[in-house]
Design a protein around this ligand. Structure first.
Ligand code: F0G
Length: 482
């Protein structure tokens, strides 16, 4: 991927790959989109793919694979134990991270499950830059508590700060002082901090965090699921690393960490996951959980085909041309939105373009879920599926009160190497149309609300008839167009 200046004066990201396998998409009329979102209970997780044009729900397990990954999948060794495929993956991980021990797991949350089971005891506190849903759920299940220590800038939706995923070092010191190192089994640091808009940490901040952890004898755990974007941002934005290779930056990060785990649905353009480490004594505490919950030690619930794809995908992740594709497309999409006055999280992060629903729909009360309403409206406007990252994604307190999220975001993920520039331009166009008609958009209310993971299964209904009105306006503005 390269940012190429055109003769016309424009600068746009240019793909350094060509497409050799395609999947047909359909764009159904706006009336069908209204039926579809109603059938899905206004929850984009419950939409059917046949009704979706651009699936921007997630970048998880849906990134495009390369020809070399597909070729590697054909030569996998299916042995239950001692498979050569596993040895290849283990060696690649050791080459990249310098971690000779690899414990495989079927996906990222399975690694989180194992880490929580092994290390988190009731009453423990786990500091993080910011929580992600799945590690928080596993830690809470084991009786632990999450403390978010992201710098204040991290929660500021519009900012120029380059490393909004950094840990606030003073807050970290104060927390250790207050809780005592013995009550902190590990510090979890998330690369490409998902829930605040795919924002990176700096190498400098990671090093400071690790130094404090070492001083107090606390383990450090890196969630490397979104590492590829973070690596790119360090190279682009951190002065000291400007001339470093991606491999060198990766190694500088991993050398600081006791444990690295990842979802290979994100890192490595495939599906799977695992835990990487150096210390045998730590590994001994984890190892028994792998055959118990995942599968034997040389596959851990992954298919051998996927393991071959991860091995090649990890190698491709060390190529700056490859990993720049996501952030550059996202930057383009965010810049286009900013030009049109559409509120997005800045600076552009990894993972996707994040619309700020609180500013997009200031008239929708937070108890009527602005980010959820915006997700339904964006689907109506263009058949584009995003993911609500706001109050619906929170869980009620045991007494039934509903915590309001600190941000109401609609995440429009850009899976790597999947969408074309014209599709991104189409998405921006439909969002711009919606922005001009934002007064028409109203709130949502739950009609079926599960007690756990309500954002996955819950069903909602519009407050009033705003969706019909939006469809009528669409027809007025676009005529017969889809
Ligand atoms: N950590 C981070 C930072 C993630 O973004 C995810 C998944 C996981 C861990 C869990 O990995 O899905 O393989 O079990 N994020 C997906 C998303 C679901 O859409 O952002 P998993």
């Amino acid at each position: 991927m390269a940012n190429i200046s055109f003769f016309s004066g424009e600068t746009i990201p240019l793909e350094l790959h060509k497409v050799r396998v395609v999947q047909k998409l359909s764009l159904v009329p706006v009336e069908r989109r209204l039926e579809a979102i109603t059938e899905a209970g206004n929850n984009t997780f419950l939409l059917k793919n046949k009704d979706i044009f651009l699936d921007m729900l997630t970048d998880s397990g849906v990134n495009a694979m390369s020809d070399n990954q597909m070729a590697a999948m054909m030569i996998c060794d299916d042995s239950y134990a001692g498979s050569a495929t596993f040895t290849r993956l283990e060696s690649k991980i050791n080459e990249i991270f310098g971690t000779p021990i690899f414990l495989p797991a079927h996906q990222g949350r399975a690694a989180e499950h194992i880490l929580a089971q092994a290390f988190v005891k009731s009453g423990n506190v786990i500091p993080m830059n910011f929580h992600f849903t799945t590690p928080k759920a596993h830690i809470t299940l084991c009786g632990g508590r999450v403390e978010e220590l992201v710098i204040d800038e991290g929660l500021n939706t519009t900012s120029n700060f380059p490393f909004k995923g950094n840990i606030d070092i003073d807050k970290l010191r104060a927390l250790i002082e207050k809780e005592g190192a013995k009550n902190i089994p590990f510090i979890r640091i998330e690369a490409g901090t998902n829930l605040i808009g795919g924002q990176p940490f700096s190498l400098e901040n990671l090093r400071e965090t690790a130094k404090i952890a070492r001083e107090h004898g606390i383990m450090t755990v890196l969630d490397a699921s979104l590492l590829q974007d973070n690596l790119y941002f360090i190279k682009q934005r951190e002065e000291a690393c400007r001339d470093w290779s991606i491999r060198k930056i990766t190694r500088a990060i991993s050398d600081e960490m006791d444990i690295i785990y990842f979802s290979a649905r994100k890192l490595g353009f495939a599906r799977g996951g695992g835990i990487c480490l150096r210390d045998k004594a730590i590994a001994d505490k984890l190892i028994e959980f792998v055959p118990l919950f995942e599968g034997f030690l040389t596959y851990g619930g992954m298919s051998t085909r996927e393991m071959e794809a991860i091995t090649v995908g990890l190698d491709e992740t060390m190529d700056e041309d490859v990993i720049s594709q996501g952030p550059q497309f996202i930057q383009f999409m965010c810049d286009e939105c900013v030009k049109k006055g559409i509120p997005v999280v800045t600076p552009a992060g990894g993972l996707g373009c994040h619309l700020n629903a609180m500013e997009f729909l200031p008239h929708v009360d937070q108890h009527q879920y602005p980010a959820g309403a915006l997700a339904a409206a964006v689907f109506l406007a263009g058949g584009i599926r995003g993911m609500e990252r706001g109050t619906i994604s929170e869980q009620r307190e045991p007494d039934g009160t509903e915590p309001l999220a600190s941000m109401e975001l609609l995440r429009l993920a850009l899976p790597r190497r999947v969408f074309t520039m014209s599709q991104v331009k189409y998405a921006v166009d439909r969002i711009e149309w919606l922005f001009h008609n934002r007064e028409l958009v109203g709130g949502l209310k739950f009609v079926e609300e599960p007690t756990t993971l309500r954002f996955f299964f819950g069903r909602l209904a519009p407050v009033g008839d705003w969706q019909e009105k939006l469809v009528t306006q669409f027809r007025k503005d676009f005529g017969d167009s889809l």
